[in-house]
Design a protein. Structure first.
Lengths: 311, 66
């Protein structure tokens, strides 16, 4: 059998296909939040150590993405949005995705322990376990609260970044965790309202399907209301200051107004304008998280010039 | 001398080999940079090496200091 025949029969991956297994778009959020967690911590980190740590945190997140793609290949093959992922597209074998995920997890954890400290490495290991096992394997197909649980995995990176600098956890890092944790449900459910996905065919219990769209609208409002105090509290701690507080107040006011609008709307009205409000809130939710973490970073910068922070 | 044009298969393989090669070079450089930083900062670099190293033991209270 010649090389070309082998290619036609089994598919042949290029480097980019393995990179796609690591979910680079999710990685960019991980890099940004972990970097903020590291930079706003009260302990300075050497730039090389900081760079290496962020890289290995991102690699760990990527590894859990590969493990997720290995486990969820059957779901991904059914859904339009995920059908072209490397495993269902036949470019990468499921076993390769598993191997890559496990190997990169090991490398990322060991290297983070060597570059930073054991505590940060332990947190990274727990995050990978939580995302791959607790979320992907256990709860994703079991409960419509899967988004909430998945959000916890996405919320760990700033905590790990903080642990790289300080070697522990604190109220500040717990609040950064809480911020992403409470933000995830309204963000994803707003998307679920207008991306009428094929989760039902795939057998994934999405809130929009199991409890209806009315209930999803209500849950978006509930989580957005619960997000506001976490955000304001974080702005009142040592990583916050007047600038962060002002930013948080504005961002939460806009997000709350959006969530209220979503809750108030009837399904028919939403269908009438092609989910304009839901789409707007979803887009804003992305800006919310980015700007909130950017505010922590700017506050830290202002503090360096004796301007920011609480006196 | 003539060369046959590469099949797409070979391009894909080359992309894998090149990607992996560059990743490994970057990894080696990163470990080297980390080592330089940790050594120059004086981080503890010694560990158990199958030989007794009294200097790694925490100093006993009230004991003689080297």
């Amino acid at each position: 059998m010649s090389d070309t025949q082998a290619y036609q029969q089994s598919g042949e991956a290029q480097f980019g296909d393995y990179v796609a297994l690591l979910k680079p778009r999710v990685m960019s959020l991980v890099v940004f939040t972990a970097l903020v967690g590291l930079l706003v911590a009260p302990v300075a980190v050497h730039p090389v150590v900081g760079f290496a740590s962020i890289l290995f945190i991102a690699l760990g997140a990527g590894a859990s993405g590969a493990l997720n793609m290995w486990w969820d290949a059957d779901i991904d093959a059914v859904m339009t949005r995920t059908r072209s992922r490397p495993v269902p597209a036949g470019k990468v074998q499921p076993g390769e995705a598993l191997g890559l995920g496990l190997a990169l997890s090991g490398i990322a954890i060991v290297m983070l322990a060597l570059a930073a400290n054991l505590f940060a490495a332990g947190l990274l290991a727990f995050t990978i376990f939580f995302y791959a096992v607790v979320y992907s394997m256990w709860l994703k197909r079991l409960t419509p609260q899967n988004i909430v649980i998945g959000g916890a995995a996405g919320a760990f990176p700033p905590m790990i970044g903080w642990a790289v600098a300080t070697g522990g956890v604190s109220i500040e890092s717990a609040l950064m965790f809480g911020l992403i944790f409470m933000w995830t449900p309204p963000h994803f459910w707003a998307l679920a309202l207008f991306m009428k996905g094929d989760y039902h065919t795939a057998g994934v219990p999405m809130l929009t399907v199991t409890h209806g769209r009315r209930e999803t609208r209500r849950q978006i409002l509930i989580y957005t209301v619960l997000l506001a105090p976490v955000s304001i509290w974080s702005a009142l701690t040592s990583i916050g200051g007047p600038f962060t507080l002002a930013t948080a107040v504005v961002l939460n006011a806009i997000f709350l107004k959006g969530a209220y609008d979503i809750w108030k709307r009837a399904e028919e009205t939403a269908e009438g304008d092609k989910y304009a409000v839901e789409k707007k809130v979803f887009k804003f939710s992305l800006a919310y998280l980015f700007l909130h973490f950017a505010a922590f970073l700017i506050e830290a910068l202002l503090k360096a010039y004796g301007l920011g922070g609480w006196v | 001398m003539s060369f046959r044009p590469d099949h797409e298969l070979h391009r894909r393989r080359f992309s894998r080999n090149l990607g992996l090669g560059l990743t490994l070079v970057a990894f080696v450089m990163l470990v080297f940079a980390l080592t330089v930083v940790k050594v120059t900062r004086g981080d503890p670099m010694q560990a158990f090496d199958h030989v007794a190293r009294p200097e790694l033991e925490p100093a006993a209270t009230g004991g003689a200091q080297p």
